[in-house]
Write a protein that binds this ligand. Structure first.
Ligand code: HEM
Length: 340
């Protein structure tokens, strides 16, 4: 499959230089964030229960809500660390991240976080950060649509800033090269193994036609095993996502076998060559992705290994911290705005 050595958004530097930049970049993030499991035990002991109950209602009313929250957490952590910056609305004095190209018209779940925050504020005002709420809600979301469970260290603070520019540059996109995506993960202190495991989140949720048009009119047929099921699936994708444009916001499940279940079926689809996003299929089909390919095979054959690694990598992603937030951050009263 065609595989550009450098994605369009990377500076034109040799790979070795990019890796050095990535490693240096890691020092931007504190390696041992001051997060603990019992941070709220003395001040808001009911916080985990409140979030769990709210998430139960939200996911019961629509399983897609689980996917929205998991993705929102990812977009939060990749920009200034997990500090609730993604939740901030645009104001006259602050440009938020919601209109960045990877997020506009596709990121959701903000109202769910608002509802949870309101409940928590009425129990323990001014105590629990929006960043922590989002991190815990993402864990509950996964558990509610399948497995696995993991403990969530807490104690994050909310930022008083957001970065549209970092949202544009740090969040990987579907048509970016594997090398470029690996570089973005390394920059956050996340490994190739974290990348392959966390991509397994695409076992739930949907993508818009705009995100997979290049794939279905590109090399889908080359990677696919062309089984009757795959052929039928590709035809139905093409009928709702025309090559000539239009229908950009039409959606399709990324895992068409078990769209609402958190399982390892996503990796089976990659083995069949039926990944919906270019970036996902590259994990298995790219000629430069030997390590990623082996991990895809491993997680397809060993769901327990996938669940273990996914839990570990979610905690690691959730621990990407913004050192500045720990000094200058706050507990926002309203997740959409910094405190007056
Ligand atoms: C590895 C690089 C990644 C790329 C290139 C990527 C890209 C995308 C794209 C293009 C979509 C569809 C957006 C749309 O069309 O509306 C999507 C959806 C989603 N992503 Fe990722 N993603 C990546 C990693 C992650 C990670 C690390 C997570 C979480 C751990 C995640 C969770 C999700 C979820 C749950 C959805 C479905 C959201 C929904 O149903 O609205 N993604 N991703």
């Amino acid at each position: 499959m065609a595989f550009p050595l450098q994605g369009p958004k990377l500076p034109k530097l040799p790979f070795s230089v990019l890796i050095i930049i990535s490693i240096l970049g890691r020092s931007l993030h504190a390696s041992e964030p001051p997060l603990t499991l019992d941070h709220y035990a003395p001040t808001c002991p009911g916080v985990f229960e409140i979030i769990k109950k709210e998430m139960e209602c939200e996911v019961l009313s629509d399983p897609r809500n689980a996917a929205l929250i998991v993705r929102l957490h990812f977009h939060d952590c990749f920009v200034q660390g997990c500090d609730g910056s993604v939740l901030l609305d645009d104001t006259i004095t602050l440009q938020g991240e919601k209109k960045a190209s990877a997020s506009i018209n596709s990121l959701g779940g903000f109202k769910i976080i608002d509802r949870i925050k309101n409940k928590i504020e009425s129990e323990c005002p001014g105590i629990v950060s929006c960043a922590d709420i989002l991190t815990i809600a993402a864990r509950d979301a996964v558990l509610l649509v399948g497995e696995p469970y993991w403990d969530v260290p807490v104690g994050r603070k909310d930022s008083k800033t957001a970065s549209f520019e970092l949202a544009e540059s740090n969040i990987p996109t579907a048509d970016e090269s594997l090398l470029s995506i690996i570089t973005k993960f390394l920059y956050q202190g996340l490994s190739v193994t974290d990348l392959v495991a966390l991509s397994g989140a695409h076992t739930i949720g949907t993508a818009r036609c705009a995100s997979f048009r290049a794939r279905i009119y590109g090399d889908f047929e080359t990677t696919s095993d062309r089984s009757p099921v795959s052929e039928t699936h590709l035809n139905s994708l093409k009928s709702m996502c025309p090559a000539t444009g239009g229908g950009d916001n039409n959606i399709s499940a990324m895992d068409y076998v078990t769209p609402n279940l958190f399982d390892n079926s996503f990796y089976h689809l990659l083995l069949k060559g039926d990944g919906l996003l270019n970036s996902d299929q590259e994990l298995y089909s790219s000629m430069l992705g030997l390590e990623t390919k082996n991990l895809v095979i491993k997680y397809a054959h060993d769901p327990v290994a996938f669940f273990q690694q996914f839990s570990y990598s979610m905690v690691k992603m959730g621990n990407i911290t913004n050192p500045d937030s720990f000094v200058n951050g706050e507990i926002r009263t309203d997740c959409r705005f910094i405190n007056a």
